[in-house]
Design a protein around this ligand. Sequence first.
Ligand code: ATP
Ligand code: MG
Length: 341
Amino acid sequence: MSDSAFTPRVFSGIKPSGGLTLGNYLGAIKRWVDMQGPDFETIYCVVDLHAITVWQDPADLKRSTHEVAAALLASGIDPEKSVLFNQSQVPGHAELGWLFNCVARVGWMNRMTQFKDKAGKNTEKVSLGLYAYPSLMAADILLYHATHVPVGEDQKQHVELTRDIAAKFNHDYGVEFFPVTTPVIEGPAMRVMNLRDGSKKMSKSGESDMERINMLDDADTIAKKFKKARTDPEGLPSDVAGLKDRPEARNLVDIYAGLADTTAEAVLGDFGGAGWGTFKPALAELAVEKLAPISDEMKRLLDAPDEIDALLAKGAEKAEAIAEPILERTFEIMGFVRSRR
Ligand code: ATP
Ligand code: MG
C-alpha cells in the first residue's frame, strides 16, 4: 500500500479544557468548516481524553464537551458531511494510544516544546498523561488513516511526531500500513497570540480572561478586550514589512485578516497610517459580526444538550466503523492473539 492508496481523509480535534477562543476558531474550527466537501472525508473530534491530562472538574468537563460540540455545529460543521464525536466514545483511541506508547521513544517526547511550556518548572508533578499526550494524538489521527490534519501552528511538532510514529511502526513491522500524515497549517491566523503578551499564544487555559477573546463573549466584552489589548506607540504601517518585531501589532492585523478572509497586506492597504483608536473598534466590530451569530446558535444548542448528545452518538458510531478494521489490523500486524474475533 503506497501513500497514494490512502483515501484523502482529514482528522482534527479540540480539547474540552475550557471556553473556546478566537485562536481555536481562526486556527482550527473555521478551517475545518472550509475543508468539508468533495476533496476529503472529514472527521472532527472533541478530544476529552486529552483534556484530563490536566485536572478537569467533572461538571466542567461535561459542560466544555458540550460547548466544543456546540461551537463546531454552530460554526458550520455539518454532521451529514463530517463525522463529529467525542473521543472517549470510541475506545480504539485509548487502545491504539497504548500501542503507540510502545512505538514512540522517550527521547522524542523529551523534545516536545508544548510539554515544556505546560509543565513549566513542575515536570515532576504533572500527570504522566500530559507527557504521553502526543502519542495519544498520533493514535487519534492514525486510527482513521488520516492523511491531512488541519491545526494551528502550535500543533505542528505533534503532527511531525505522528509522522515519526507511523514511519517507525511501518519500518519495525515491515509494512506500509500507516500513512505519513500532512499537517495543514494555513491562513493569516495560524498562531493567534495572547492579547496582553504578544510572545505567548492565545489559549483557552491561559491565566487571565483579558488575554483572550472567547467565542461566547458578548459585544461589550469583545470591544473592551481589544481596547485594552497591548500595542505599541506606532500606528498601523502601510505594508507588512512595517510589522517586523511588533508582535502585538502583527497579531491584531492577522486576527482582522483571519476574520475578514483576507491577507495582512490587504488589511494594511485599508488601514495603513491609521491609529489604534481607529483600528481597534473596527476589529471589535468585525469580530462581533462574525462571532455573534455563532455564539447565539451555541447558546441555543447548549440549552438542548440532548440534541448535541444524539448527534455525538451517531458520529461515534460512524467513527468506530472506520476505526475498527484499522485497529484490528494493527493488532494482527503486531502479533496479538485475537481469539474473540
Ligand atoms: P489548551 O490551553 O487547553 O491547550 P488551546 O486553546 O491550546 O487549549 P487545543 O484544544 O489545545 O486549544 O487546540 C485545538 C486547536 O486549536 C488546535 O488545532 C490548535 O492548533 C488550535 N489553536 C489553539 N490555540 C491557537 C492559537 N492561539 N492560534 C491558532 N490556533 C490555535
Ligand atoms: Mg493547546
